[in-house]
Design a protein around this ligand. Sequence first.
Ligand SMILES: Nc1c(C(=O)O)ncn1[C@@H]1O[C@H](COP(=O)(O)O)[C@@H](O)[C@H]1O
Length: 167
Amino acid sequence: MTDQAKALVGVIMGSSSDWDVMQNAVNILKQFNVPFEAQVISAHRMPDEMFTYAETARARGLRAIIAGAGGAAHLPGMVAAKTIVPVLGVPVPSKYLRGEDSLLSIVQMPKGVPVATFAIGEAGAANAALTAVAILAAGDEALAAQLEAFRAQQTAAAQAMVLPINE
Ligand SMILES: Nc1c(C(=O)O)ncn1[C@@H]1O[C@H](COP(=O)(O)O)[C@@H](O)[C@H]1O
């Protein structure tokens, strides 16, 4: 779903090379039928587009922005600086520092401009999307029920886990 007019969640990333990780966020949004838009926006490489994206986000109907970036990951923080829409930051693993650079770049925001920061990589991307779902579920009972069902299913799967030693 990439219907820009109806998107409630924006998924942005600094490069198409982030897609392997960030598709985990998109997959969750699809699973919950949350309308979203996904695109490459880079604070470093396309700063003017980044400003416009952030400045228009709320008026366009976005209720959360999931922003993934690697290395000197300024994208989530700079987007957060330009909008009051909640920004959920996903540190993408980097080639040389395994994403620890991305994590620290995203998480160490100055007081007053928050970025909700998630784990490095796939789990972080999926959890950012689940948090976006939870934000929307606060005002949407059907979505809340879907989220409860997702959790119950996950619990049942964990309860059914058997170790080889016990088989
Ligand atoms: N951190 C940022 C920003 C930004 O924060 O604006 N723009 C691109 N990047 C990151 O650079 C890495 C390498 O990008 P390339 O693979 O395109 O060289 C990616 O992980 C991207 O998120």
